[in-house]
Design a protein around this ligand. Structure first.
Ligand SMILES: [Zn+2]
Length: 310
């Protein structure tokens, strides 16, 4: 198989928008970076060295309404997961992300605007090998009936299931093999979602200040209507967004993962716990050179979670 190389952006590119939770008006600039830099956030509104934060699983400080990274100086950048998913989808290994405030702009609530930005800037191959994390044995975290797991598989694959007591969502599941442009075609346009009655509760708690029908799907109080005039972008947009979140959260591993992720009613908290557990279990993975996306045999069946737990 052909080895692959690290990539960065060909040139810098910027956008401006509102933070979903803070409501802050933020300008974000994505800059090219040297090989082995990884993805690093920089708060340009805060002076000093403490303003730089590596996008890594062990810098995650909050997972309640999104994934937030932070450091000992209490410098934080919130809601990084959709941008991280776009960086994964565009195979960007190295970039400096400058933000003028505490949160990544929400844009339209999906990863598509970030993919568009990265593609406008162009993608540059670098003279350094790309590495991946190969899953060698199952790793599982649970919280009641919620669970998240990684298990061996030929490519990075995602399986998610959600179940909401709302007719507009109810039970949805999806499975994607992340190769051959799947992220761009099937996942990146899926928007985040919330509930009509939650919006006022979140606002009272100082969250979702920037939230609106422009950057989220909003489901009606009675649960059976999508309030956005334009409707849904995919019939099962809710679970596809869940997959998008998982991809962004898992890219905090620092390199792509070769393995199957399976989430049952999972979220940012379990995703981060899963990476903590993975990196504690030294025999559950190994670092290998990343290979060009292999064609996935669609008949390949992942193992059952129950068999794994036995
Ligand atoms: Zn999300």
């Amino acid at each position: 198989m052909k080895p692959t190389f690290q990539k960065t952006l060909r040139s810098e590119i910027a956008c401006t928008g509102t933070g979903l939770h803070s409501g802050a008006h933020v300008t974000m600039t994505i800059r090219p970076a040297e090989p082995d830099t990884g993805i690093v956030f920089r708060r340009t509104d805060i002076a000093g060295k403490g303003a730089e934060l590596a996008a890594r699983w062990d810098n995650v400080v909050d997972t309640v309404m999104g994934t937030t990274i932070g450091n000992a100086d209490k410098v934080r950048v919130a809601t990084i997961e959709h941008l991280m998913a776009a960086l994964y989808g565009c195979e960007i290994d190295n970039a400096i992300i400058e933000v003028t405030g505490p949160e990544v702009p929400a844009m339209d609530g999906s990863a598509a605007p970030f993919v568009f930005l990265i593609e406008c800037a162009g993608i540059q191959q670098q003279d350094a090998p790309r590495m991946a994390i190969e899953i060698l044995k199952p790793v599982l975290v649970k919280d009641g009936e919620r669970s998240a797991a990684l298990m061996p598989a030929p490519v990075f694959s995602i399986e998610c299931e959600i179940d909401f007591d709302r007719a507009a969502i109810s039970r949805q599941s999806c499975r994607f093999h992340l190769s051959n442009g799947t992220f761009k075609s099937d996942i990146c346009r899926a928007r985040t979602f919330g509930f009509e009655e939650e919006v006022s509760q979140l606002r009272a708690a100082g969250l979702a200040r920037g939230g609106s029908l422009k950057n989220a799907i909003v489901v009606s109080c009675d649960g059976d209507k999508v309030l956005n005039e334009e409707g849904l972008r995919y019939e099962d947009e809710f679970v596809r967004h869940k997959a998008l979140d998982c991809i962004g959260d898992l890219y905090l591993a620092g390199t792509p993962i070769r393995g199957l992720y399976r989430g049952l009613y999972s979220g940012h908290t379990l995703n981060n716990q899963l990476l903590h557990k993975l990196f504690k279990e030294r025999d559950a993975f190994r670092r290998v050179p990343a290979e060009e996306a292999v064609h996935v045999d669609e008949t390949w069946e992942p193992p059952h979670l129950n068999a794994m737990e036995a």
